[in-house]
Design a binder for this molecule. Structure first.
Ligand code: GLA
Length: 712
């Protein structure tokens, strides 16, 4: 016993020391081991080139063997991987030859970060690569900076991704998430055969995020097994290449998509890419979920609101669409308050000329036909009810039928002599222009200054088309998308700084722009306009694999895509697995419906801390079963909330003899602790609930139930 505790003490000390020194430099000063809690990433200098040696389980790294590939694969020399960097020098040479120069360990946001400088053998430029270590999340974050250190001549950058890793020889499968409006986050798993599998966005619409998982072929245990995974922190066009060599190694490389894009790096200037997050776990998909969601929840979300419990929302979109007015909004707010809502949000339709989706975008003043007294008097009445007030905006867009477009037809992206492609009757403002930025900043600064707004739903409904900026210098024309994204982030960050109390929701025709970069600036995501409860169960299962529950807003609405007339109780139970919202025309609700809502919202308030801040577990996936079971466990492991949704009469895991469902094993509890299980008699040890499991007392199709399991 004594020896065991001595061993434990020693190994604990070793772990602590290791995480404080997440980056270890080899004795030769030319190799590095970057360690997280359980992983290690190794690099070394071979013939003046920076090489990636290995990435995986920390305990198996002592003798990592030969390097797998270049840390920064470039276009130049032998091209046996996908280049991360492609550039043309002033004299037309387009072959890159970099050599290692120096390294430094710096601090980035409180985390040790390895900075490696490489220089060209001949041309005056530097390629600086960064690897930040997030030890407690088993993640590393990579990005690249390039500098033109010369005195004359621009360097044309034709491709610059954020980071690359190589995986050892094996057969692999890729899982990624794709979709369209209404069908966000559909998971796909595909074998990676020799060649390159690219997933990318070319029109700013990404209906499943850039998150990906790579596993050895055939391994699909949800709780164990190797997974390399990652996600790009960028909200514009992105690209990920999975380059499988014939000899078996796999390169994963990703970042900003340079399709139809280039960058002119003037003398003395530099450019820094967005970052790509990579991770490795041996705990299967569940390990991926825990690394990504806890990182986003604990470190990435905007710090002003990060630790706040999310309010219950009302949103008027499905109740009214564009037909909003003060009287009806106040009537909705009154019922919203009565049933327990805390934040009342008016969606589209409130601004000048916005009678339908053909007009108004760009004119961000209130429509006095609908709100003759302006917004603030109405907001005051809503506040007097005890509700906070929020509002919908779509800053990046303009309708041709608007005062803004009539005054500034050149403020949209366009090419001379070419059609301006409208989508939903709107065009994209050229946010690469400073005057457009200033107009938007002034408009929303004024809106927030003059009205007591506590919540912004920020939408973006059209795909990027016609990315022309005719009056820009020729060598900047193809960098417009980069400048657009810089100003989009700047607009959000400036408004957040000036109005620190305001919550921000990210929406893009449903979930068309969900990623880590948005989640470092916006508190919530609108995962989908598909609010049919059954459809939503699928979207939520995938979403919650990658993003934390306190970022996922879900509304209970009358949407019924398959005419199933699901009960209100079922709809509430679905939406309670994230941030609960209501979107019905609740002025039409009967007393009985209001009673259901009151009871459900009260219940949500009682469980939301564990749902919003707890560790998520996906016990049964609807993608593999006709049932979905989600579980959240609080930090202390003293309370757990289990959501069960039956999608068929007999869940697939039913016994054939009596059709009663098989036992469901919980996760994440304390083995020794005794728990009560709502709806069941007696107490159960955590060990029993996790190993033996319980038969969930819920039968029948499209039935749902929420259970609280707790230490009494
Ligand atoms: C988009 C959003 C919806 C709603 C409408 C308003 O479609 O995804 O949630 O806000 O715009 O026009």
């Amino acid at each position: 016993m004594k020896r065991l505790s001595l061993f434990l003490t020693v190994s604990l000390i070793a772990v602590t020391v290791f995480s404080q020194n997440a980056i270890r430099v080899g004795d030769d000063g030319k190799s590095w081991t970057i360690a997280t809690r359980s992983t290690a990433y190794q690099l070394s200098i071979v013939n003046d080139e920076v090489r990636m040696v290995s990435y995986g389980n920390k305990r198996l790294m002592e003798n990592a063997g030969r390097p797998l590939g270049a840390e920064i694969p470039v276009r130049g020399g032998f091209v046996n991987s996908t280049p991360l960097l492609e550039a043309v020098f002033p004299d037309g040479v387009r072959d890159i030859e970099t050599v290692y120069q120096s390294y430094e360990i710096i601090n980035a946001d409180g985390y040790q970060t390895l900075k490696i400088i490489q220089c060209d053998k001949f041309y005056p430029w530097e390629v600086i690569s960064f690897i930040k270590v997030l030890p407690e999340y088993d993640l590393i974050e990579k990005w690249v900076e390039i500098r033109n250190t010369g005195k004359k001549g621009g360097i044309k950058v034709e491709n610059l991704l954020s980071g690359s890793i190589f995986l050892p020889k094996d057969a692999y499968e890729l899982t990624h998430y794709q979709g369209v409006w209404g069908f966000e986050f559909t998971p796909y798993t595909t074998k990676l055969t020799p060649g390159v599998k690219t997933i990318q966005v070319k029109d700013f619409k990404s209906y499943g995020s850039s998150s990906f998982l790579v596993r050895p072929e055939g391994e699909n245990d949800p709780y164990c097994g190797k997974v390399w995974f990652g996600s790009i922190k960028y909200s514009g066009n992105w690209r990920l290449d999975f380059d499988k060599s014939f000899n078996g190694t796999l390169q994963v490389v990703g970042g900003m998509n340079f399709w139809d894009q280039d960058l002119n790096l003037k003398p003395g200037s530099s450019f820094t890419t967005p970052s790509i997050v990579f991770g490795y776990t041996e705990k299967g998909t569940e390990g991926v979920t825990h690394c990504l969601t806890s990182y986003i929840r604990e470190k990435l979300l905007p710090s002003s609101h990060r630790d706040k419990i999310r309010p219950v929302l009302y949103n008027s979109w499905y109740a009214t669409t564009f037909n909003v007015n003060e009287e009806h909004q106040l009537a909705l707010a009154k019922v919203a308050k009565e049933i327990g809502v805390e934040m009342f949000v008016i969606d589209d339709g409130w601004f000048k000329g916005r009678v339908n989706d053909k007009a108004g975008l760009g004119d961000w003043t209130v429509d006095t036909n609908k709100f003759p007294n302006g917004l603030q008097p109405m907001i005051e009445k809503i506040n007097a009810l005890g509700l906070d007030f929020g509002i919908w905006i779509e800053p990046e867009m303009v309708n041709p039928n608007s005062d803004l477009y009539r005054a500034h037809p050149d403020w949209v992206f366009h090419f001379p002599n070419r059609q301006r492609h409208e989508g939903r009757n709107q065009l994209i403002l050229n946010l690469a222009r400073e005057d457009v930025y200033q107009y938007l900043y002034q408009s929303f600064h004024k809106l927030l200054k003059e009205n007591n707004i506590k919540f912004i739903k920020w939408d973006m409904n059209k795909q990027m088309t016609d990315p022309g900026f005719p009056s820009a210098p020729a060598d900047e024309q193809r960098a417009v998308r980069i400048r657009y994204m810089e100003n989009l982030y700047r607009l959000n960050e400036t408004l957040r700084k000036e109005f620190p109390e305001v919550w921000f929701e990210n929406c893009s025709s449903g979930g068309g722009r969900i990623d880590m970069a948005m989640n470092s600036r916006y508190d919530f995501n609108w995962a989908s306009d598909n609010t049919d409860p059954v459809e939503r169960i699928f979207i939520q299962d995938s979403y919650l694999t990658l993003f934390p529950a306190n970022t996922m807003i879900s509304w209970v609405t009358h949407e019924d895509w398959h005419r199933q007339h699901h009960p209100l109780e079922f709809k509430f139970d679905v939406c309670m697995a994230g941030v609960l919202g209501v979107g019905y025309d609740i002025t039409k609700w009967t007393e009985a419906e209001k009673d259901v809502a009151k009871e459900k919202i009260a219940r949500y308030k009682e469980i939301r801390k564990t749902v919003q801040t707890g560790t998520p577990y996906r016990l049964v996936s609807p993608h593999e079963n006709n049932r979905s079971v989600l579980q959240f466990v609080n930090k202390e492991q003293s309370e757990s909330i289990v959501f069960v949704y039956n999608l068929g009469e007999y869940p697939n895991n039913s016994f054939s003899e009596n059709r009663r469902s098989a036992l469901v094993q919980l996760r994440g509890l304390q083995p020794e602790a005794k728990y009560t299980f709502e709806g069941l008699e007696g107490t159960y040890s955590g060990d029993y609930l996790m190993k033996t499991g319980v038969e969930i007392p819920l039968r029948g199709a499209f039935k749902s139930r929420i259970f609280k399991i707790k230490v009494p």
